[in-house]
Design a protein around this ligand. Structure first.
Ligand code: 7PJ
Length: 278
């Protein structure tokens, strides 16, 4: 459970926090806050100091309705940040992208994990990821960000998400990505209703039991707003509850905006889990 991420290590023996660094002008929860490279760098260092085990950098917003970003724009947003961050950061960097060209350029600049909300389905993406020789996170999404929340439909959301992810893991293994370097993510909010998200969380063990480390992204997501009627800047308590509920069900990596708070919540899960083991 110790992943080699381009020379830096991500130890998932215990649950860890992935800190979110959006270098986009339009992300839903912190849109534009870290768009300037200086602010982005400082925020990454702050998240490392707060206990993030990995920093996830994304230059393309995937919030519902978001427009696609050109290859050139995405490269210009993320590569300078990775180049400047890499030598000064102790933890690995993850690149949140769907584009094979961005994967390769990011790993060449020092990124150590590929986080693809599209599960490497873009043409050339699996092959690019295999060439990059770093771990990959495969996420489930129904539809695409522009349309995915219009009317998501499943017969059985837990089974369909699990089967899709296992099928994508199989494709990865066929091109030479070792199973030990694959993480799976059910993709909360990506083409799912509130009820479907809750069913996925309730049934998370179904995915965890497949043996791949499971990543979850629940931080500030709209399911909280829809259930509780709270704006995005008021969703921290519910985000922490969801993080704890996911880790209780076996999640190993929690993608979060509020790193110090999430780390503190997870440390209580860890303390309790380790007491149980004694
Ligand atoms: C996720 C992600 C997620 C993974 C985003 C947001 C929307 N990557 N990228 N899982 N969400 N692996 O930050 O809420 O849930 S972008």
């Amino acid at each position: 459970m110790r992943l080699d991420c381009n020379g830096r290590f991500l130890d998932l023996t215990r649950p860890q926090v992935m800190g979110v660094l959006n270098v986009t002008p339009d992300s839903f929860s912190d849109g534009g806050d870290f768009f300037s490279p200086e602010k982005a760098l400082q925020h990454a260092f702050d998240m490392e100091a707060a206990g993030a085990a990995i920093i996830d950098i994304g230059g393309e917003s995937t919030r519902p309705g978001a427009q696609e970003v050109s290859l050139q724009d995405e490269l210009e947003r993320v590569i300078p940040v990775i180049e400047r961050l890499q030598p000064r950061l102790g933890v690995p960097i993850s690149i949140d992208t769907q584009k094979p060209e961005v994967m390769c350029a990011a790993v060449a600049a020092g990124a150590g994990l590929i986080n693809d909300v599209n599960a490497l389905r873009a043409p050339g993406a699996v092959e690019a990821a295999a060439d990059c020789d770093v771990p990959v996170c495969l996420m489930h999404m129904q539809g695409d960000p522009r349309t995915m929340q219009s009317a998501p439909e499943y017969d059985n959301v837990v089974d369909e998400v699990r089967d899709f992810l296992l099928q994508r893991a199989g494709v990865c293994k066929n091109v030479g990505i070792p199973g030990e370097r694959i993480l799976l993510d059910p993709g909360f909010g990506f083409g799912k209703t509130v009820e479907q998200n809750l069913a996925l969380l309730a049934g998370l063990k179904e995915l965890v039991d497949r043996g791949y480390p499971v990543l979850v992204g629940l931080s500030r997501k709209s399911m909280i707003g829809k259930l509780l009627g709270v704006d995005v800047e008021e969703r921290l308590p519910a985000s922490l509850a969801l993080a704890v509920l996911a880790v209780e069900r076996g999640a190993r990596l929690v993608r979060a905006h509020d790193v110090a708070e999430t780390r503190q919540a997870l440390q209580m899960c860890i303390a309790l889990q380790e007491t149980g083991k004694r």
